[in-house]
Design a binder for this molecule. Structure first.
Ligand code: PEP
Length: 247
């Protein structure tokens, strides 16, 4: 399984930020057999970013999509449109969408199917709040989100899971390798039980204040197959330092 180093730019980036994409694409070069690189800029930049990354190993993804492919959904964007713009992956169920837009796992499940229909790869995010963790509910919450967010079609189609403890996102507070390992091992067990071989090979990313200084420790944890990186993916130098660490 190749390690996946994925950047989530969230609602950051203007046309002037394409210089960072260009720099990342140059750093990634023709790519590597060991590590995949992906940047998910805001939807407004996907087409230009995929042009900037053309001829490099850098892939461009999206941060969300609607569950339908087209129709009367003012302001929404479908998986087919994101594919048309150059996206290879779509992040779904990020905790900021679950919180800001009230997205439930059942709705995320429908979006995963639309991403499969478009022929793209979903990156499905799960993670507990600090209150969940302190109440000893981490495994129950994370596995519950996984069960409801992933359709049975995951047995035959490529998908990615990102474990992102909400209390570690954008806070500078990173889960410890032991905390990460415990959750990733549970996720791997649940995926393997439900989806067989595909569940054994689906990459499981860690996300939450990952940066060059902690990437080596996190990527060394068993069942960690890459990272989903917010803040530290905005600067080419930081993203590339994490990418190099994963080699
Ligand atoms: C994220 O947005 O998915 C994330 C993990 O953010 P950060 O790396 O900034 O914590």
């Amino acid at each position: 399984m190749r390690t996946l180093i994925a950047g989530n730019w969230k609602m950051n980036g203007l046309k002037s930020s394409l210089a960072e994409i260009q720099a990342i694409a140059e750093g990634v070069g023709s790519g590597s057999d060991a590590v995949e690189a992906l940047i998910c800029p805001p939807a407004t930049l996907i087409a230009a970013a995929s042009d900037a990354a053309a001829d490099s190993g850098l892939q461009i993804g999206a941060q969300n999509c609607h569950a339908a492919m087209s129709g009367a959904h003012t302001g929404d964007i479908s998986a087919a449109m994101l594919k048309d713009a150059g996206a290879s992956h779509i992040i779904l169920g990020h905790s900021e969408r679950r919180t800001d837009h009230g997205e439930l796992s059942t709705y995320i499940n429908a979006k995963v199917l639309s991403v499969f229909d478009a022929g793209l790869v979903p990156i499905v995010c799960v993670g507990e709040s600090l209150a969940d963790r302190e109440a000893g509910l981490t495994e129950k919450v994370v596995l519950g989100q996984l069960e409801a967010s992933l359709p049975r079609e995951c047995a035959d189609t490529s998908f990615v899971v990102a474990y992102e403890p909400i209390w570690a996102i954008g806070t500078g507070r990173t889960a410890t390798p032991a905390q990460i390992g415990e959750v990733h091992t549970s996720i791997r067990g649940a995926l393997a039980t439900r989806f067989g071989d595909n569940g054994n090979t689906a990459p499981i990313l860690y996300g939450g204040s990952m940066k060059p200084a902690n990437a080596a420790d996190i990527l060394a944890v068993e069942d960690v197959n890459g990272g989903l990186i917010g803040g530290a993916s905005l600067k080419a130098a930081d993203f590339l330092a994490i990418y190099e660490t994963a080699m």
